[in-house]
Design a binder for this molecule. Sequence first.
Ligand SMILES: [Zn+2]
Length: 120
Amino acid sequence: MLAFNWKVEYEDGTSLEQFEDGVENLYGDIDHSKVKEFKLEGENGNFKVVVNDGEIWAGEEKLKEGWGFPGTSKKAHYFIDGTALCRKWGFYYGPLEQGKDDSPDNCAECKRALAKRKGG
Ligand SMILES: [Zn+2]
């Protein structure tokens, strides 16, 4: 599941987060007169949207591709933009890992596709 939490940085250096000490702040609690940055952050820090001075930029993804374990899969599949190279899994935006390309836990088809992609 992909969930986003918002965080507001104020011009005076203070900030307001959607969840503080387990209590949820509402969007309406934001003091819009002194907002410097409005951020939406994914659970794993994989994705971030920042609205700054009316400019929106997305990114700062830690990893755009890598090995992940989707749903009930016992094998790791190699994901690029949420889709496994073997095409058996899609819309996966959970944690990804780089390296470990030779792990026995890896899906054989993804392994082959990745080797091909890297020119192997
Ligand atoms: Zn696979």
